[in-house]
Design a binder for this molecule. Structure first.
Ligand SMILES: [Zn+2]
Length: 327
């Protein structure tokens, strides 16, 4: 081994401990980057940055079987490529690999990052409900399954264009319950975790779109009641459930802040509130994680950053919604 080879190897080792590993185009196995280059708690959104990348035709990441499309940094003065990596509330804690392929013409550049998923301590809710409210009969089960399939199909298609702009909005000003991710035990049986945030507000309060997008689905479902699904592009969806009224139709373009419905208690809800959910490339994340995304402006200062909004203390222990289906 020549002196130069040694220097090269040492340089690569040093670089991989600080930077994502970029390989020569279309070559062998992808070495791993240093541990903990990115980290996020379950249910959070991590802004993934590839600072030195310019004008690639397509930049796609893979993480735990999910595809993340990267796009030019939308922050004012920002450069490089950015991706919103959603950590699902049930992603396994530990280090997982994020691979990114950047394609321009014939050339593909590969990057590899290590993402540390940190365990979140979600609350456990014990709920006692009348038996017929928890156990679905055959007809209701069939309806629920068909509804799930309808949602799955609609959300499997993702708009190839980013429709959202920097600056997400809380859809209702009300009392945030802080029960995102809480594990529900209904009449002694564990159910799906609560996959959104509940915001208590008076019946009929305006519900606004959290960002620009296109209305994908307007539904009236057994658990979620009257609900609206907005596609913000590149696999980002917002959901608004238990509405008393939906004021938009499927296919409508909506703007951030536009009134799209009214707070209600439809579906399985014990009182008026909005269930606000967000999905990032299939990962169920805390919608509040989208409110303050840390887009880096200066690429030189771009460091792995974690969106971790402050979670208010759970002073309200009374759940405003009950759903066997994560609603
Ligand atoms: Zn809810």
């Amino acid at each position: 081994m020549s002196f130069l080879d040694r220097i090269l190897i040492i340089s690569v080792v040093l670089l991989t401990s600080v930077f994502p590993v970029e390989l020569f185009p279309n070559t062998g196995p992808v070495p791993r980057g240093g541990d903990g280059q990115f980290s996020g708690k379950q249910g959070q959104v991590v802004v993934v940055t590839v600072p030195d990348l310019r004008e690639a035709a397509s930049v796609k990441g893979k993480f735990l079987g999910r595809t993340v499309t990267l796009f030019p940094n939308p922050a004012a003065g920002g450069t490089g490529y950015i991706g919103l990596l959603g950590i699902d509330l049930q992603d396994e804690p530990g280090t997982h690999e994020l691979t990114i392929d950047a394609q321009s013409g014939e050339q593909t550049r590969h990057f590899s990052y290590q993402v540390l998923v940190v365990k979140e301590k979600f609350a456990v809710e014990h709920l006692k409900l009348p038996k017929d409210k928890v156990d679905l009969d055959e007809k209701a089960t069939a309806r629920w399954k068909a509804e799930q399939e309808q949602v799955r199909k609609a959300l499997a298609e993702e708009s190839a264009m980013r429709l959202w702009q920097v600056g997400f909005i809380e859809p209702v000003r009300g009392k945030r319950t802080g029960i995102f991710g809480s594990v529900r035990i209904m009449n002694g049986q564990p159910r799906n975790p609560h996959n959104g945030e509940d915001i208590g507000a008076p019946m009929g309060t305006d519900v606004v779109a959290s960002n620009d997008g296109v209305v994908r689905l307007v539904v009236d479902h057994i658990f979620s009641g009257r609900g609206i699904f907005v596609d913000h592009g590149l696999g980002l969806y917002s959901m608004y459930f238990h509405l008393s009224e939906a004021l938009v139709n499927e296919g409508d373009l909506v703007k951030a802040g536009q009134v799209i419905g009214k707070v209600g208690a439809t579906g399985r809800a014990t009182g008026p509130h909005l269930h606000w959910g967000m999905k990032v490339n299939g990962a169920r994340v805390n919608p509040y994680a989208l409110l303050d995304l840390p887009f880096p402006k200066n690429p030189a200062a771009a460091r792995p950053v974690l969106a971790s909004p402050s979670i208010p203390s759970q002073e309200e222990s009374t759940p405003t919604a009950v759903g066997g289906d994560g609603r």
